[in-house]
Design a protein around this ligand. Structure first.
Ligand SMILES: Nc1nc2c(ncn2[C@@H]2O[C@H](COP(=O)(O)OP(=O)(O)OP(=O)(O)O)[C@@H](O)[C@H]2O)c(=O)[nH]1
Length: 211
C-alpha cells in the first residue's frame, strides 16, 4: 500500500446570510448528520475535514463557519485572513439571500486575495434544494452566467438535509485551490531558482498534473 506523502492544509470560509444552512452543511460534511433545530452561530465556529485526495495526497480542510448575523459583521471579517477558498451559501427558498450573494462576494474580494494578488476560489451553494427550487436555480444557464460574471469557480444545488452535492462542491473547490497553489509556486519559483540554475527549471506539480 502506498503511503500518502503530500499534505495540504487549507483554510476555507463558509459565508452567507443568516440561516441559509452554513452550519448544517459543515455538520453534514464533517459529521454526517443533520438537525432541523436552528441555533444561530455566535461569531465563528471551526471544523476539520480530512480528504484522501489521491493515493499520495492528504488534504486537510479547516472549515470556518462564519455567523451570518449582521451584528457580527465587522468582527467576523478578521477571520477571512489567510483563507484559500470559500463557499458562499444562499437558501433557494429565500430570494433575498441570493440577492445578498453579490455583497458577500464583493466583501470577500475586497478583504482577501492570494499572495499573487488573484482572488481566492469561491464556490456558490444553492442550499435547501430538497425544499424546491427558486426560479433562478431552475435556469442553470443563468446561474452559469451569474457565476462567470461574479468570479465564482462553480455552483451547486445542495441539501444538508438530504446530503446532496456537498462532497462534489468541496471537491470542486479543492481542485481549484490545488491549481492555484501550482500557479503560486510557479510565480514565486523564478526568484528562488534563477540565480542558481544554468538552464530553466521545469516545475512540476502532481496535484494539478501540470508541468
Ligand atoms: N430543509 C432543509 N433545511 C435546512 C438545510 N440546511 C439547513 N437547514 C435548516 O435551516 C436552519 C438554519 O440552518 P443553519 O445551518 O443553522 O444556518 P446558518 O447559515 O449556519 O445560520 P447562522 O449561523 O445564523 O448564520 C436550520 O433549521 C436547519 O435545520 C437543508 O439543506 N434543507
Amino acid at each position: 500500500m502506498q503511503v500518502p506523502h503530500k499534505e495540504h492544509l487549507y483554510k476555507l470560509l463558509v459565508i452567507g446570510d443568516l440561516g441559509v444552512g452554513k452550519t448544517s452543511i459543515i455538520k453534514r460534511y464533517v459529521h454526517q448528520n443533520f438537525s432541523s433545530h436552528y441555533r444561530a452561530t455566535i461569531g465563528v465556529d471551526f471544523a476539520l475535514k480530512v480528504l484522501h485526495w489521491d493515493p499520495e495526497t492528504v488534504v486537510r480542510l479547516q472549515l470556518w463557519d462564519i455567523a451570518g448575523q449582521e451584528r457580527f459583521g465587522n468582527m467576523t471579517r478578521v477571520y477571512y485572513r489567510e483563507a484559500m477558498g470559500a463557499f458562499i451559501v444562499f437558501d433557494v427558498t429565500r430570494p433575498a439571500t441570493f440577492e445578498a450573494v453579490t455583497k458577500w462576494k464583493n466583501d470577500l474580494d475586497s478583504k482577501l486575495s492570494l499572495p499573487n494578488g488573484k482572488p481566492v476560489s469561491v464556490v456558490l451553494l444553492a442550499n435547501k434544494c430538497d425544499q424546491g427550487k427558486d426560479v433562478l436555480v431552475n435556469n442553470g444557464l443563468k446561474m452559469d452566467q451569474f457565476c462567470k460574471e461574479h468570479g465564482f469557480v462553480g455552483w451547486f444545488e445542495t441539501s444538508a438535509k438530504e446530503n446532496i452535492n456537498i462532497d462534489e462542491a468541496s471537491r470542486c473547490l479543492v481542485k481549484h485551490i490545488l491549481a492555484n497553489e501550482c500557479d503560486l509556486m510557479e510565480s514565486i519559483e523564478p526568484d528562488i531558482v534563477k540565480p542558481h540554475l544554468a538552464s530553466p527549471k521545469v516545475v512540476s506539480c502532481s496535484s494539478c498534473a501540470r508541468s
